[in-house]
Design a protein around this ligand. Structure first.
Ligand SMILES: O=C(NC1CCCCC1)[C@H](C1CCCCC1)n1c(-c2ccc(-n3cccn3)nc2)nc2cc(F)c(F)cc21
Length: 233
């Protein structure tokens, strides 16, 4: 039986990442908003663009707290943020969806999202991903580390110094592997399943631009920041 030991450095790294992850919560709770009222497709689209815009800013602050990130080449920093923004948004949406709520609220939330204006064909893959995240029962450490690992993906488009990004991502992968073994001792394959979700996340991201332009309304407006980050308009 392999004795898994988290070193002092790895504990410190996890603490920094979890604190940064907690610090950068979405300002107002979007789930609560969606449960409060039913919105029109236009209002929902506006809510999505507002939430996504604020989340991009939140992700930038979170990423700046990742040790070593700010020492990367500046253009690579932008390439990593641009390349992971949509994945980080869907990952965060899945984590919001996986939060246990009072009886029936999860059902109402799912209903509101299904009717929000997203076109039918994307609803199933999106909820399949959300439900696969729920099934993992991720701890806060795993969520924070997985988000950092997603951002520090070396093979994003336009990243020049792959090596430098790998050097930052590897220690995260090492500590996440150990955290998974310690927190899910009965599931030796848990770490592999967790990383497998990132593959499913990439396919969801593949639909992203189409999901936006097919939102059931005309004249989709985006904030300037989203035009930068999302390949739209
Ligand atoms: O606000 C949301 N997500 C934010 C984004 C930032 C970080 C926090 C969450 C939306 C929301 C905007 C209003 C209508 C209804 C959906 N949301 C989404 C979602 C739905 C579709 C899309 N996209 C469609 C095309 C491209 N993306 N993105 C996110 N999933 C959600 C799951 C929740 F539990 C949930 F509560 C909301 C969720």
């Amino acid at each position: 039986k392999e004795k898994v030991e988290i070193t002092k450095e790895q504990k410190a790294l996890t603490k920094v990442i979890v604190e940064a992850y907690n610090r950068h919560q979405i300002p107002q709770d979007v789930a609560k908003k969606l449960l409060q009222d039913q919105y029109s497709v236009e209002e929902n689209f506006l809510l999505l663009t507002e939430m996504a815009t604020s989340q991009v800013q939140v992700i930038v602050e979170f990423t700046k707290s990742i040790p070593g990130f700010l020492s990367l080449d500046h253009e690579d920093q932008i390439a990593l943020l641009k390349g992971s923004a949509v994945e980080a948004m869907f990952l965060r949406s899945a984590q919001v969806f996986s939060k246990k709520m009072p009886n029936g609220h999860n059902g109402i939330l799912e209903e509101r999202i299904r009717k929000s204006g997203i076109s039918e064909e994307f609803i199933t893959p999106m909820f399949n991903f959300y439900k696969s995240i729920i099934g993992l029962h991720m701890s806060l450490e795993e969520q924070a580390l997985l988000t950092a690992i997603t951002i520090l993906t070396p093979d994003r488009p336009y990243v020049k110094d792959h090596q430098a990004v790998e050097k930052l991502q590897e220690p995260m992968l090492d500590v996440l592997r150990k955290v998974c073994v310690l927190q899910h001792p009965q599931e030796p394959q848990y770490f592999a399943r967790l990383l497998g979700r990132l593959t499913e996340l990439r396919t969801l991201t593949h639909y992203h631009a189409e999901m936006l332009t097919s939102w059931r309304m005309n004249d989709h407006k985006f904030t300037p920041l989203l035009c930068e980050i999302w390949d739209v308009q």
